[in-house]
Structure formats: structure tokens, C-alpha cells
Design a protein around this ligand. Structure first.
Ligand SMILES: *Cc1c(COP(=O)(O)O)cnc(C)c1O
Length: 401
């Protein structure tokens, strides 16, 4: 019996090493990784420059705590501010913590404006994490069930529906912020319409709300820009980051601009590990490599290619509802629950993910090459085609007695 708590229905494989988009298990079998540790390992596995940066920092200094100055943390904050056009950064260790910081900022902001019970608008199908506050913000009963009482102070509306947000603005004087993923990840790779972010920004301006964009999954180059909001040319007030930021070394960040950037005072928030020298060296190396190897450009070209090829090769299959996403965050929505595709792909040496039961989700490393994308297509397309044929085939007639 394992002594690990039973929180994950794990696939029957464990990996021993990796290189680029490839992973190997203990038996030496090779797998093409189109999950990248859930949008974490943008540089792929064992990137030589990344490994060298970790080695160097591990031999120099790993942790000192935030009781002291941390030069690398300041450097990383400078970089994130420059890349985002925002101002200040709080460092933590994960996506849920980055969202917790955002929620705390929104509440502080509300109290400063003498709103005693500040509320945050959140979305249906949203995912913000597994802590008590972030699971309360999450729009999934599966994530919340069993953990009641939930944290109050969230108002839920449908995703990509500006009218619904406006209705809240007219009726609820306690709202101080909107928290939204521009591209919902866990919720099924759901994209919003062209004017959505601009519309949210206008509503936030009109009512003095903070616009908080959870870019934990969509950030760090995955959609082809550093942050997904940059496609829309609208600046958020608060932006939680994590996943791809440290390429697998745990680090999260809550980036803020304007009034939100100045709200925390000493003692107001903290983290023992947050932004330690090792994690910051990992993130600085990740940023440098994404930039110098032009990985965002690759994400655009390869993402367009993959979505186009899936659309073309699956055009004749009945049961493909939509192929969507941006850059290397790709969802293929089918008409049927398709979790079995994950194990079928695994047997063929391909790692893919299925979310909300019927969306095949691909989050490959940003370093993926065209030949590797072709291998992904060559394995996955026939699996999906065969799966859909089985679904639409007439069921065998019942044996009559
Ligand atoms: C994964 C994810 C989180 C939670 O991150 P953890 O590091 O698992 O706590 C929060 N928001 C979004 C959008 C995510 O994809």
C-alpha cells in the first residue's frame, strides 16, 4: 500500500528522465509529452541552459527567507513589471497562492473604500485553485463538494457574458473586483470573444473595480505572448501567475498595477519560501530562454499549425464539436466523454489530457518542433477518429431470449 494520500487517480506510469518534449519510464519506453506537467515545463525537460542555471544557483544559495533582501527576487520583479507593463510583484509558490494574494488585495481595496463586505465577481467553469478561498472562487461543484462552508464574497456569472457582469454592477454595491481567466484552462480551454476584455475593463473603470486576470495557465508565453491579456491590449490591475513561471521549480507571483500595487504593507501578507533565490533563478532563466529562443513565436506558429491540422484531419469525423485555443493551449471538444483517450494515447507513448470529461487538452512544451507536432498528430488523430466511430456506430442488438 502506498502512503501517499489518495488525491489523484494516477495513470499507471512513472517517469525517470526527460529531454525536450520526451519522457522515459523505468522500462525505457519513450513518451511524447503534450501536457508539459500541466502547462508548466515550457522549456521542455532538462533544457541544458535551465539545468546549468539551477546547478549554479543550488551551489551558491537556495533560501534565506523574506526577512532579508533577495537580489534575485528584485531582479525578477523588475523583469515581470517590464514584460507586463505593471508595477509590483508579490512572490509565492503556486497558482492558488497567487490567487489568494489577489483575493486579499481585492478585500483590502474594498475596505479602503469603506465597503465592509467586499465581493468579487467570478465565472462559471472558472478554476482558481484548491485552497478554501480559491476553491470557493472556482466554478466547479466537483472541486467544492465536501469542503463547505465555502468562503463568501464571490458573485458568479457566466463566462464571456458582459451583460451578466453589468447586471451585477447595477444591483450589487459590494463588488470591488472581477477575477477571470481570459482562456479558461481546467474549464475546457474556453476562449472569450474579441471585445470581452475591453468590455470588462470599461465596467471596472466605471465602477472602480479591480480587473484581476488569472494567468496562471495562460501566462508565460503559452498563448504566443507573455500574457494572454496582451492579445487584447488591455492592462489588468492584478495578475496571478505560476505554472510556467519556473519551468517546474515551484514559484507563483501576484503582479499588480495602480492602486492595487501599493495595498500590502509589512505584516499584511507573507510567505516563508516565496521568491527564494533558487526559485527566482529558475524563473529568470526561464524568461531569458523563452525570449532568446523565440519560444513565443514558436507557440504561435505551431499552435496555428496544430489547430489547422486537427481541423483538416478531423473534418470528416462526426462528433467533433469545436477545436479552439490560442498558441500552445489547445482544446478539442468532442460530443462524448472521452477520458479513455488518455490511456489509449499513453499506451502509444503519447501524453495528453482530458478536462471537463469531453475536451482533449494539449499543453505541449513551447520548445516543441514541427516534426514532433507531426508525431503528435499522427498518433492522436487516428485515436480520436476511431473513438468517434465507436461512439456513432450502432450498438450491437440485445440478445433475445
Ligand atoms: C492550475 C491553476 C491554478 C492553481 O494552481 P496551483 O499551482 O495548482 O495552485 C489557478 N488558476 C489557474 C487558471 C490554473 O490553471
Amino acid at each position: 500500500m502506498t502512503h501517499v494520500m489518495n488525491t489523484y487517480a494516477r495513470l499507471p506510469v512513472a517517469f525517470e528522465r526527460g529531454e525536450g518534449v520526451w519522457l522515459w519510464d523505468a522500462a525505457g519506453k519513450r513518451y511524447l509529452d503534450a501536457v508539459a506537467g500541466i502547462a508548466v515545463c515550457g522549456l521542455g525537460h532538462s533544457h541544458p541552459r535551465f539545468v546549468a542555471a539551477l546547478r549554479e544557483q543550488a551551489g551558491r544559495l537556495v533560501h534565506t527567507s523574506n526577512l532579508y533582501g533577495i537580489t534575485l527576487q528584485e531582479r525578477l520583479a523588475d523583469r515581470l513589471a517590464a514584460l507586463s507593463g505593471m508595477e509590483n510583484v508579490f512572490f509565492c509558490n503556486s497558482g492558488c497562492e497567487a490567487n489568494e494574494a489577489a483575493i486579499k488585495l481585492a478585500r483590502l481595496y474594498g475596505h479602503e473604500r469603506e465597503i465592509e463586505s467586499p465581493a468579487i465577481v467570478v465565472m462559471e467553469k472558472a478554476f482558481h485553485g484548491r485552497t478554501i478561498a480559491t476553491l470557493s472562487a472556482t466554478g466547479s461543484r466537483k472541486v467544492q463538494a465536501g469542503f463547505e462552508p465555502l468562503v463568501t464574497g464571490f458573485v458568479r456569472v457566466p463566462f464571456d457574458d458582459l451583460a451578466a457582469v453589468k447586471r451585477v454592477a447595477e444591483s450589487n454595491r459590494n463588488v470591488v473586483a472581477v477575477l477571470v481567466e481570459l482562456l479558461q484552462g481546467e474549464g475546457g480551454v474556453n476562449v472569450c470573444h474579441e471585445g470581452y476584455l475591453r468590455g470588462l475593463r470599461e465596467i471596472c473603470e466605471a465602477h472602480g473595480w479591480l480587473l484581476m486576470l488569472d494567468e496562471v495557465q495562460s501566462g508565460m508565453g503559452r498563448t504566443g505572448r507573455w500574457f494572454a491579456f496582451q492579445h487584447a491590449g488591455v492592462l489588468p490591475d492584478v495578475m496571478p501567475l505560476a505554472k510556467g513561471l519556473g519551468n517546474g521549480v515551484p514559484i507563483g507571483a501576484c503582479v499588480a498595477a495602480g492602486p492595487a500595487a501599493k495595498l500590502f504593507k509589512p505584516g499584511g501578507h507573507g510567505s516563508t519560501f516565496g521568491g527564494n533565490p533558487f526559485a527566482c533563478a529558475a524563473a529568470l532563466a526561464t524568461l531569458a530562454i523563452i525570449e532568446e529562443e523565440r519560444l513565443m513565436e514558436n507557440a504561435v506558429v505551431l499552435g496555428d499549425y496544430l489547430r489547422g491540422e486537427f481541423a483538416r484531419r478531423l473534418a470528416a469525423s462526426k462528433g467533433v464539436r469545436e477545436i479552439r485555443g490560442r498558441g500552445l493551449m489547445i482544446g478539442i471538444e468532442l460530443d462524448y466523454p472521452c477520458g479513455e483517450l488518455v490511456t489509449q494515447a499513453l499506451e502509444l507513448g503519447l501524453l495528453v489530457n482530458v478536462t471537463v470529461d469531453n475536451v482533449v487538452r494539449l499543453l505541449p512544451p513551447l520548445v516543441m518542433r514541427r516534426e514532433e507536432a507531426d508525431e503528435l498528430l499522427a498518433t492522436l488523430v487516428p485515436l480520436i477518429t476511431a473513438f468517434l466511430e465507436r461512439q456513432s456506430a450502432p450498438q450491437p442488438a440485445m440478445q433475445s431470449a
